[in-house]
Design a protein around this ligand. Structure first.
Ligand SMILES: NC(=O)c1ccc[n+]([C@@H]2O[C@H](COP(=O)([O-])OP(=O)(O)OC[C@H]3O[C@@H](n4cnc5c(N)ncnc54)[C@H](OP(=O)(O)O)[C@@H]3O)[C@@H](O)[C@H]2O)c1
Length: 229
């Protein structure tokens, strides 16, 4: 897809991978909407920040309707918003479990549900769902987060088969550790320079978005070459 003047929506756009996707989409000429719970730092004539908590369907619907009323369609949706809690299973609270699933799984479902009607109608569109290598393999003390990211993988794999005949692409992205604010809830893991850089993950997402119409990058696994330095 050529991104110039395309309508793109990114969830969790105020920092980390989401913010880098916003910046690179703007560089590529797209009209970009960021869905955030808190304010965005990005200022650009083609950028609009919309307030929405991805766990709340009514807030998501309001934000998506703002975009659809302005443009009639959405070309690109990056379901990026997510969070992690890391602990032994018995130490995870019920609140943490539900927060993880409401954000990482329901938020992705809400985004796809709201974007797909216009994408299917126009016969094109590209949804990027951010899973994790924790959606490909399990790690101790990461059980709940892994469960959410395995769910995103299963959802995305089924969805791409469901919508490909409508001209809509679904790409699931599996990054290894990325140097962002993501590890703020972890006692043991701290972001460091041997992690992937968010701008490099974003550049791979932009690459997948800009492939030719009949080229579909379904799964994108990205890992640091030397994860522990
Ligand atoms: N960093 C990694 O190592 C890594 C690896 C693999 C996959 N991922 C995935 O990559 C995605 C982006 O993570 P990141 O590394 O960029 O982390 P980050 O810097 O913590 O950014 C996460 C973003 O998601 C937003 N968010 C969280 N809950 C939200 C909610 N309920 N409603 C709206 N926005 C919400 C955050 O907004 P607030 O600032 O308001 O909280 C923030 O903008 C996540 O899905 C994460 O699971 C990360």
């Amino acid at each position: 897809m050529k991104l110039e003047n395309k309508i793109a929506l990114v969830t969790g756009a105020n920092k980390g991978i989401g913010e880098e996707c916003v910046k690179q989409l703007l560089e590529a000429g797209a009209v970009v909407y960021g869905l955030c719970r808190s304010g965005c730092s990005v200022k650009h004539e083609r950028y609009t920040c919309l307030m929405a908590d991805v766990r709340d369907f009514a807030q998501m619907e309001k934000a998506f309707n703002t975009v659809l009323e302005a443009h009639g369609h959405i070309d690109v949706l990056i379901n990026n918003a997510g969070l992690g809690y890391f602990a032994y299973c018995e130490d995870l609270s019920l609140e943490q479990w539900h927060q993880l699933f409401d954000t990482n799984v329901s938020g992705v479902f809400y985004g796809c549900k709201l974007a797909l009607p216009s994408m299917k109608k126009q016969g094109s569109g590209h949804i990027i769902n951010i899973s994790s290598i924790a959606g490909l393999e399990g790690y101790q003390q990461v059980s709940a987060y892994c469960a959410t990211k395995f769910a995103v993988r299963g959802f995305s794999d089924a969805l791409y088969k469901e919508v490909r005949d409508f001209g809509v692409k679904v790409t699931c992205v599996y990054p290894g550790s990325v140097k962002t604010d993501f590890f703020r809830h972890s006692e043991h893991i701290k972001a460091h320079d041997n992690m992937l850089m968010p701008e490099d993950v974003a550049s791979q997402i932009l690459f997948a978005l800009q492939t030719p119409d009949n080229f579909h990058n379904i799964n994108l696994e990205i890992r640091p070459l030397k994860p522990r330095g």
